[in-house]
Design a protein around this ligand. Structure first.
Ligand SMILES: [Zn+2]
Length: 491
């Protein structure tokens, strides 16, 4: 009697236990994006506010991490800058994250310092359950800024001119040797390879930029999927789910052709489930501070997903369904403008891409005409439908005007009179200005011929009236008043 009563009780208790396990599984499904956004706002590392920073900026941020992090120096770069390793957590699952192997790709490095702040956060901040799951299940190791020499000059390669991402096998660079040694000694289950991609990548079949792109790199020419690569794919699916809620349609997937020299492909081959994250562009975010936030959110979510094994809920098919990256974006696309060669008029599209130059905290965009003709398959961050407009050549004001007399009003008057460039004194060369035309010094007169591979400098006119000036790739609308804000240097 007694024992027959006990069995159903035990059975019921077991059912409750199983049910609550299922409950737990459901609870770990996703973290609400708003929670991740508020964690970012609270823990953002405020001493970094633009994407050009060198080792000196991160050195104090690394030095102060001794309470919860194990803090080691792995070795030195070619020019003798330390390369650091920060370790966190007491769990079993090993995860290695490395950023900025390309010196001018710093978005994820910023997010890693935000993440360190988060991991050191107060237990009373409302995020402790996330932090606890990570701390107790994972053993994290971070290499923030693998290429400090490149970062110093904001250049891709290291001081030997080596692209570190082609040095996984040959091992010619101290930085490449350091990364391989850490991988081999730590033998992580998961690896995060953190990069930036150029802003001309769009999501295939769409005009939207690939703000974040992913890849679970192939480990052989046949691009097979084994258990190691499959896990990387599933972690990516989780990050894609999150991003589709905040930047819908702005996630791409890299082509998975095997690159035998690259770290991602080889680390996958060596048995670590490797995830490539590429930070692209987001309109209106030239310093990539919003993309930094997105990096923080997906990294935190992915680590939580690994800690809770939530990633196992996803499938390889969901990974395959992420659209591919394409490269069909331009900075400025002018469609259907009438242009004349000799006595023949025809319609063309003009595609402009701009290179970035930096002057302290300023970003200067220098335009270049990169394509001409039928560009209907391309998209522009900025597009002008020039139907009914004619490309009109501008003039140059060669009489020197002192820079201090070149007010915005004077410059606009000159533009309306057909001048696109104005001479000033030699002493002002290299000075930054916000005037809506080209300012040059003796010997540096710009070319006002509009052709391929030249700086775009022309007017768009309608029935003889100048509607817009295109100056160095920037658009100045002359019909509806001043609407511009960009920096140039006196040439
Ligand atoms: Zn890169």
């Amino acid at each position: 009697m007694k024992s027959s009563f006990r069995i159903p009780v035990i059975f019921t208790l077991l059912s409750i236990l199983l049910y609550s396990c299922q409950e737990k599984r459901v609870k770990t499904e996703v973290i609400n994006p708003e929670i991740l956004e508020s964690a970012f706002k609270q823990y953002k590392e405020k001493s970094i506010d633009n994407r050009r920073f060198g080792y000196q900026v991160i050195a104090p941020l690394i030095a102060k991490r001794h309470a919860l992090f194990e803090n080691n120096v792995l070795g030195e770069s070619v020019e003798g800058r330390p390369i650091h390793l920060l370790s966190y957590g007491k769990g079993e699952r090993r995860v290695l994250l490395w950023s900025q192997m390309h010196g001018n790709e710093s978005t994820a490095t910023m997010a890693l310092f935000d993440l360190f702040n988060f991991l050191e956060g107060s237990a009373e901040d409302g995020f402790e359950s996330i932090r606890q799951a990570i701390r107790e299940n994972l053993y994290l190791r971070f290499i923030p800024m693998l290429n400090p020499d490149g970062a110093e000059k904001f250049k891709r390669r290291n001081a030997q001119q080596i692209d570190l991402n082609r040095d996984a096998v040959r091992q010619s660079s101290p930085e490449g040797i350091i990364l391989k040694n850490v991988r081999d000694e730590f033998n992580p289950e998961f690896g995060f390879n953190l990069h930036d991609q150029n802003r001309y990548y769009n999501v295939e079949g769409s005009s939207l930029p690939a703000t974040i792109s992913f890849l679970a790199p192939a480990y052989n020419e046949a691009r097979e999927v084994n258990a190691v690569r499959s896990k990387a794919m599933k972690v990516i699916v989780g990050m894609n789910h999150l991003l589709q809620q905040v930047v819908p349609g702005q996630v791409g997937k890299y082509n998975d052709s095997f690159e035998p020299r690259a770290f991602g492909d080889n680390i996958q081959k060596w048995g670590t489930s490797t995830i490539l994250i590429e930070s692209g562009a987001y309109p209106g975010d030239p310093e990539k501070q919003y993309i930094r936030q997105l990096n923080f959110m997906i990294l935190l979510d992915a680590l939580y997903g690994i800690a809770t094994e939530r990633y196992l809920n996803y499938t390889e098919e969901q990974y395959i369904a992420i659209p591919e990256n394409d490269s069909k974006l331009m900075d400025l696309l002018i469609r259907n403008v009438e242009t004349v060669v000799g006595d023949k008029a025809y319609l063309t599209d003009i595609g402009i891409k701009s290179s970035e130059e930096f002057l302290d905290s300023l970003i200067l965009m220098k335009g270049n005409i990169v394509d001409w003709g039928d560009l209907s398959v391309y998209h522009g961050y900025q597009e002008i439908d020039a139907n009914g407009m004619v490309l009109e050549r501008g003039k140059i004001w060669t009489e020197t005007i002192p820079l201090e007399k070149l007010t915005e009003k004077r410059a606009l008057d000159l533009l309306r009179e057909g001048y696109l460039a104005v001479a000033t004194e030699k002493t002002n060369q290299g000075q930054a200005h916000q005037l809506p035309l080209v300012v040059f010094t003796e010997g540096n007169e710009p070319d006002v011929n509009t052709t391929l591979d030249k700086s775009p400098l022309f007017f768009l006119s309608k029935k003889g009236e100048k509607k817009m000036a295109i100056v160095n790739g920037h658009v100045i609308r002359l019909d509806n008043g001043e609407n511009f804000s960009f920096w140039q240097l006196v040439e």
